[in-house]
Design a binder for this molecule. Structure first.
Ligand SMILES: Nc1ncnc2c1ncn2[C@@H]1O[C@H](COP(=O)(O)OP(=O)(O)O)[C@@H](O)[C@H]1O
Ligand SMILES: [Mg+2]
Length: 338
């Protein structure tokens, strides 16, 4: 599979339009089973050049499996992955040279010094001579490691250890940076610092970052691929996904009225009934209805509030349950939506 792109003079960063057309990563029909567990059931997605892709899914969705295949550390059962036009299955070594990979749970050698570990990582990546020192100096600046440079990794805080992991991923100045749950296990301040670092790296590199929490992805990604039980559920820019699922704002509402009266209210405000809930103020009124409903975004919420107030029914609760992407994601986590 010798590919003319591989031999072409390498195009340096930000060569826009022509490059924008070909994604850095193209995943097609990816399938992986572990015995009877279907970890990936035919997943397709692209990572556009120069973008930050958020790979989002609940625990067990198949994110790490896809990442390991993409980085050349696990073979797929079916489907293909190309990275910078190279086939991961047949040109694994060349693909690895183009990827910086921070694995989940960042397995660094805690008994090594940061400096020695980075030198080791540089040599493992095939750097030699002056390039080793230059690479080390560059990543120490890029990841803010100067103050722990001569410490043993075991003595570093979790935040610094994670930076060491990031530094080894960057040592060969790869085109693509792949980070598997890089903020897992960090304290809130370290999370903020790590996000800032990733955001900065995203200015010059194509980045793919996985997470099982939505705010992480919202904070960092241009595009999102949402997977659930090994299958893709949504794909695209954050705003587009949110817009596609708009009209589906779930709301918890409790009104002192009869069931028939609530039905009329919902019809008047074009809300959809989802499920009946336990009515918390039942003893204080003749009739109380509590329900999960779905309204058409904030306008729908306003329409419902207006309809309730026009009838003069006591409104006891009206709580939007998060934005549209949040509700889609929560739905997946609770096994509600498909
Ligand atoms: N080595 C393995 N052997 C058997 N099952 C595995 C293995 N690795 C992952 N799985 C299973 O595959 C599914 C996807 O796992 P994983 O890719 O780690 O998901 P995620 O990273 O999204 O949490 C899960 O059901 C998980 O239990
Ligand atoms: Mg994982």
């Amino acid at each position: 599979m010798s590919n003319s792109q591989a031999e072409a003079p390498s195009v340096t960063t930000k060569a826009p339009a022509a490059q924008a057309a070909s994604p850095v990563v193209a995943v097609r029909g990816l399938v992986k089973n572990y015995g009877s567990v279907q970890a990936l059931r035919g997943v397709d997605f692209d990572v556009p050049a120069g973008s930050v892709l958020g790979f989002l899914g609940p625990n067990g969705a198949g994110k790490t499996t896809a990442i390991k295949i993409l980085c050349g550390y696990l073979a797929a059962d079916a489907g293909s992955v190309s990275v910078c036009g190279l086939d991961v299955a047949t040109e694994t070594l060349q693909v690895k040279q183009r990827i910086g990979y921070l694995p989940e749970n960042n397995p660094v050698y805690t008994d090594m010094h940061v400096e020695d570990f980075l030198r080791f990582a540089a040599k493992a990546r095939g750097l030699s001579g002056k390039a080793v020192q230059q690479g080390m100096e560059r990543v120490v600046v890029q990841t803010g490691l100067a103050e722990v440079y001569r410490r043993s990794i075991g003595q570093c805080s979790k935040g610094f250890r994670q930076r060491v992991g990031l530094a080894q991923a960057l040592i060969h100045d790869p085109e693509l940076l792949v980070l598997d749950e890089p903020t897992n296990g960090l304290d809130p301040l370290q999370v903020v610092e790590m996000r800032a670092l990733v955001r900065e790296l995203g200015q010059t590199k194509t980045v793919m970052i996985t997470s099982h929490v939505l705010p992480e992805i919202e904070a960092l990604a241009d595009n999102v691929v949402l997977i659930h039980q090994g299958a893709k559920v949504a794909d695209g820019p954050l705003e587009t996904i949110a817009a596609e699922h708009s009209g589906g704002l779930p709301v918890r509402c409790t009104v002192a009225c009869t069931e028939a009266q609530l039905q009329v209210l919902l019809e008047e405000s074009q809300a959809t009934y989802l499920e009946k809930r336990h009515a918390s103020f039942a003893s204080a009124f003749d009739a109380v209805q509590s329900a999960m409903i779905e309204v058409d975004g904030p306008q729908g919420l306003a329409a419902l509030a207006k309809a309730v107030s026009a009838k003069g029914y006591p409104l006891l609760e009206l709580t939007p349950m998060g934005g549209s992407l949040e509700s889609l994601f929560q739905g997946l986590r609770s096994g509600g939506l498909g």
